[in-house]
Design a protein around this ligand. Structure first.
Ligand SMILES: Cc1ncc(COP(=O)(O)O)c(C=O)c1O
Length: 338
């Protein structure tokens, strides 16, 4: 199957499977797993932070960060289209007991004016604003300017508010901005990034930040049941993600450019070029949705879901140029017979 739904569908590579087999392991809850320890050390170094924590998922990484940065009753500021707001089952209100102050994030970039206005002053009636959550690359496919994150960080610091970055696809963002990932990470107190998306690991995300923050985060991970034992078999894949797979992500971006160009060449199809920063392509088809999806599935191609009128297609390690050509050929055929 050629699966365009997401980069989360990537399978672990052959060298990941070999690395799993050979991984040196120990009980990570005791801090005894050498492979996890190496992964945490390398992740912290690459992101330019003091320490890192290996967590089972991006959602857990974000939620642990919120728990560690806030107290129950606080308010956090985040974007209307953000993953934390929309796709984490409202966890921050349950696990951290915080309220959400939602601001506009046109194309995935937080409105700075709304953000500023959202910070609570000192008043007996108000909750405390303790955290701003940003996201880049955003799941709209957009990478905001680095200067926007720098402005937020400067503002947050002046207001004594923490800044957490959901950087699930931070390496894709770094490619788009043509900047070291540490420059992006520098703009936030904590960053979560995923190993299990375009980086092909089967499981796992990293949370990075200051040592003292990560020590607290480690305890919250245990509280949530995320303390893993011989997790080195998974961390071995994570190391492959960091040492090998992150260096090929640009190929996915180039394939997305190619896919977008091929789609645009078909009459009546519209690609949203404002959302064309990473390995995502948002396309509007002039066809019946179910008929198209059903036809493609019958021909071995799995399509993504819709956001409004647009379907999101993603390129990744398991999609080649030939796969894209095959999809376009099938699409032209569907266009002719529909
Ligand atoms: C921007 C963003 N943040 C967080 C996550 C959560 O990651 P996970 O699925 O590993 O919980 C995702 C997953 O798609 C995401 O796209």
């Amino acid at each position: 199957m050629i699966d365009f739904r997401s980069d989360t569908v990537t399978k672990p590579t052959k060298s990941m499977r070999e690395a799993m087999q050979l991984a040196n392991v120990g009980d990570d809850v005791y801090g005894d797993d050498p492979t996890v320890n190496t992964l945490e050390k390398e992740a912290a170094e690459i992101l330019g932070k003091e320490a890192a924590l290996f967590v089972p998922s991006g959602t857990m990484g974000n939620q642990i960060a919120i728990m560690a940065h806030t107290s129950p009753g606080d308010e956090i500021i985040l974007g209307a289209q953000s993953h934390i707001k929309n796709y984490e089952v409202g966890a921050a209100s349950v696990l951290s007991g915080v309220g959400y102050h939602v601001v506009n994030d046109q194309n995935g970039v937080l409105s700075f004016d709304e953000l500023k206005a959202g910070v609570r002053g000192e008043n007996i009636h108000f909750p405390k604003t303790s955290l701003i959550c940003s996201e880049t690359a955003h799941s709209t496919g957009v990478v905001g300017a680095l200067s926007t994150l720098q402005t937020i960080q400067k503002f947050a610091k002046a207001q004594h508010i923490h800044h957490h970055l959901d950087g699930a696809r931070i390496f894709n963002a770094a490619i788009h901005l043509d900047t070291p990932v540490s420059e992006i990470a520098k703009t936030a107190d904590s960053v979560m990034f995923c190993l299990s998306k375009g980086l092909c690991s089967p499981v796992g995300s990293m949370l990075v930040g200051r040592k003292e923050f990560i020590n607290r985060a480690r305890k919250y991970r245990k509280m949530l049941g995320g303390g893993m034992r011989q997790a080195g078999v998974l961390a071995a894949c994570g190391l492959e993600s960091l040492r090998v797979m992150r260096h090929r992500l640009n190929e996915d971006h180039q394939n997305a450019d190619y896919l977008a160009a091929q789609l645009t060449a078909i009459d009546g199809l519209v690609v949203d070029m404002q959302k064309r920063d990473i390995n995502m392509v948002y396309v509007k088809f002039p066809y019946d949705r179910d008929a198209l999806t059903h036809y493609m599935k019958k021909h071995g191609i799995i399509l993504g879901g819709y956001k409004g009128d647009y379907m999101r297609l993603m390129t990744h390690h398991d999609i080649t140029r030939n796969d894209i050509d095959e999809f376009i050929t099938k699409l032209r055929h569907f266009d002719a017979i529909k």
